[in-house]
Design a protein around this ligand. Structure first.
Ligand code: NDP
Length: 349
């Protein structure tokens, strides 16, 4: 018997799709990914990008830190009592993912710790082949394999990941280690500028390190960066090495010149890579329509439909714009509802 729905991916989109599909009696099977060295190096282990972050302060429902001390005066007694068990807690990325996973498992979701390496969407039921070589059949599929931030591949970058090296200012920028300190953002696109702008709220100075003498970012974004007194653009520079030590994490950067000048060494407590993302779509081998950057194309506005009827996409794998945990979770829910309604309309439930 084919599965009613197979979900591929174990970030917020995958788990949210699983929770909704399970509650709709679709008995979902979810591929959370394989635990391999290759996936570790690529940043594609189970639980996705959130598993690579620290505190998550912007996921609604998990107020971070010290409600007891600083909110006692501000909230009335009843609301204060409701929140009492959660005061002083917050949530980290890995915790949030474990909680979502457990919530799905509690509703009976079956989890396979393996990758899908090949898909056959030409025939019905669909066929998925796992890394272990098993073949699974499904009436519908939700692709929620996310994207991974591009890094430059420097050993020093790897060494200080989560200790000052990050690829997400919105996730990590407000951490104490970055406050009132110099920070570096590598890249020259809209993301780099946006990250720098965001970080400039906390940092003393934000250096944008760009390999050319002109930003790729749109004119309006570029102008904002140039007008921001806290942002300094370092033209024709590339990141050669992240400097740091075991106790402090990142302490600085060494920058090469692309125009033959001397190396530049700067103090910085954080290095934010903003050199693009890569959607995890290689395993689809072109079986779903994607845009020019490889993100899955959603074919109907406001729906999670892809170019193949019965295959849905949710989360970052189909979104190079918002890329937030909460938007991914929302689209995962949508994909489960779309799958349920599509199967019901075909009389397959
Ligand atoms: P982009 O591909 O636009 O930019 C990537 C940047 O990284 C480029 O400046 C590129 O340099 C640089 N880069 C890439 N590889 C390297 C490397 N190996 N070494 C040094 N630098 C490198 O990606 P973004 O994430 O910035 O943007 C993705 C999309 O999202 C874009 O379409 C963008 O417009 C959109 N976006 C829109 C926003 C908005 O409108 N508010 C906000 C954020 C993103 P080079 O320029 O030399 O190629």
């Amino acid at each position: 018997m084919p599965e009613k729905v197979i979900i591929i991916g174990s970030g917020p989109a995958g788990w949210s799709a699983a929770i909704y599909a399970a509650r709709a009696s679709l008995e979902p099977l979810l591929f959370e990914g394989a635990i391999t060295e290759e996936n570790r190096l690529a940043g594609t282990l189970p639980m996705g990008q959130l598993a690579l972050t620290t505190e998550v302060e912007n996921y609604p429902g998990f107020p971070a830190g010290h409600l007891e001390t600083y909110l006692d005066d501000a909230i009335d007694g009843n609301r204060r009592r409701i929140m009492a068990p959660y005061a002083n807690r917050g949530v980290s990325g890995p915790e949030l993912m474990e909680l979502m996973r457990q919530q799905a498992v509690n509703f009976g979701v079956r989890v396979v710790t393996d990758d899908v390496v090949e898909v056959d969407f030409d025939n019905r039921p669909f066929k998925l082949t796992s890394l272990e070589g098993k073949i699974y059949e499904a009436l519908s599929v939700i692709v929620a394999t996310g994207a991974r931030a591009n890094y430059l591949g420097l050993p020093s970058e790897e060494q200080y990941k989560n200790r000052g090296v990050s690829a997400c200012a919105v996730c990590d920028g407000a951490l104490p280690r970055f406050r009132n300190k110099p920070l570096a953002v590598v890249g020259g696109g809209d993301s780099a500028v946006e990250e720098a702008e965001y970080l400039s709220k906390f940092a003393a100075t934000v250096y944008i390190v760009h390999r050319r003498d002109e930003l790729r970012a749109s004119k309006i974004m570029a102008r904002r960066a140039m007008d921001n007194p806290k942002i300094e653009i370092l033209w024709n520079r590339t990141l050669a090495e992240v400097l740091g030590n075991d106790s402090d994490g990142v302490t600085g950067v060494r920058l090469n010149s692309t125009v033959g000048e001397d190396d530049l060494v700067l103090d910085a407590t954080g290095v934010f890579l903003s050199v693009g993302h890569t959607p995890n779509t290689a395993f689809l081998n072109g079986k779903l329509a994607t845009n020019e950057k490889g993100y899955i194309t959603l074919t109907t506005k406001g729906r999670t439909y892809t170019s193949v009827e019965g295959v849905f996409a949710a989360g970052d794998v189909a979104d190079d714009y918002y890329r937030q945990a909460i938007t991914s979770a929302g689209s995962g829910c949508m994909a489960a509802l779309d799958a349920e309604r599509t199967l019901a309309a075909k009389g397959l439930l």
